[in-house]
Ligand binder design. Structure first.
Ligand code: ATP
Ligand code: ZN
Length: 300
């Protein structure tokens, strides 16, 4: 009992597209865990945080029921659960608090290549196969469409070929799976990415402070994603031109160079990648001794 009151439990997908990214991100926030593919719980070694490894579909429920304090899961799964609970007359006891910039995909309706589609009305009186019954039903209701929704837990994309459905509603990222099955995307229902959800149950000051710290660190990790630290020497007179060439930089640090009054050293954090072209342009503007380094962490 004492255990669960003190430690934060984060539900993470056990094995799938989100697993490595989720654990990597938490590790970059300073958490050390012993990874073990066949264990249900990974204990944090240096922070009072443990990971519960489960199927992604179970994550919103575990957070809603306050078994876990936080969960990392696709917005598609979160919204499906929220709507399902709403359609059953109850309310999800979780809130979505942070976007993680990975696991991007969209929930879309796809039509066989040879079937005409002129907007939602083309779905009237058809059969649509999906694993996302609640999100699809909600979309059909909002568009005043009557259609039969068939639940399939996997391999949704082969339903039209098997004569099981006229259309499908499934997750798409590159579109390769659709193309391989002679389908085309015709409507997007939801743009999704991995998010952090938190239970609505009060956590207590100590736990909430730790959750806030994790979110702040996640923010710091994501902010530096493409950032670079650039160092160079430049003639003092070229300073305005050089500043204008630094991509997405904040105010740079300008330092005198010992024994050289005409030249300065410039250090700047660039919030975008620094490409060879930029370096060549900086050199053409008079810069020398150029050095570009990756940024690992940032705390504003
Ligand atoms: P589980 O065994 O945990 O139920 P799963 O088969 O439901 O796994 P995955 O295929 O690993 O789930 O996908 C997990 C999440 O990855 C999806 O819910 C979605 O948010 C995201 N995702 C990103 N791109 C895609 C894609 N092209 N297809 C499916 N999911 C994607
Ligand atoms: Zn799943």
């Amino acid at each position: 009992m004492e255990y669960s009151e003190q430690r934060i439990k984060i539900a993470v997908q056990k094995s799938g597209r989100l697993t490595d990214h989720s654990i990597d991100l938490l590790e970059r926030c300073g958490l050390k865990v012993t990874r073990s593919k066949d264990k249900l719980i990974c204990y944090g070694e240096n922070m009072p945080i443990d990971l519960l490894l489960v199927r992604d579909d179970d994550i919103p429920g575990l957070v809603s029921d306050d078994v876990c304090d936080l969960g990392i899961v696709g917005l598609n799964v979160v919204e499906e659960k929220r709507l399902k609970l709403e359609q059953e007359g109850s309310k999800g006891m979780f809130k979505h608090i942070f976007e993680l910039e990975f696991g991007q995909c969209r929930l879309s309706i796809a039509a066989p290549e040879n079937v005409q589609y002129d907007g939602p009305d083309s779905l009237e009186n058809t059969i649509i196969a999906t694993s996302y019954v609640s999100l699809l039903t909600d979309y059909l209701t909002k568009n005043s469409i009557t259609a039969e929704v068939v639940f399939l837990s996997g391999a949704v994309e082969i339903a039209p070929k098997l004569g099981r459905a006229d259309f499908i509603c499934d997750l798409v990222s590159s579109g390769n799976t659709l193309r391989a099955n002679a389908l085309r995307e015709v409507a997007v229902l939801l743009e999704s990415e991995a998010v952090v959800i938190q239970t609505l149950a009060p956590l207590g000051d100590e736990k909430q402070a730790l959750v806030d710290k994790i979110i702040q660190r996640l923010d710091g990790v994501l902010k530096v994603h493409d950032s670079k630290y650039i160092m160079l020497h430049a003639p003092r007179s070229a300073l305005p031109q050089i500043r204008a060439l630094l991509p997405g930089s904040e105010v740079p640090t300008v330092m005198p160079l010992e024994g050289n009054d005409d030249k300065v050293a410039i250090h700047a954090v660039c919030r975008e990648n620094v490409f060879w072209e930029t370096l060549e342009n900086l050199k053409a503007a008079g810069a020398s001794s150029l050095l570009v380094l990756p940024v690992e962490k940032m705390l504003a």
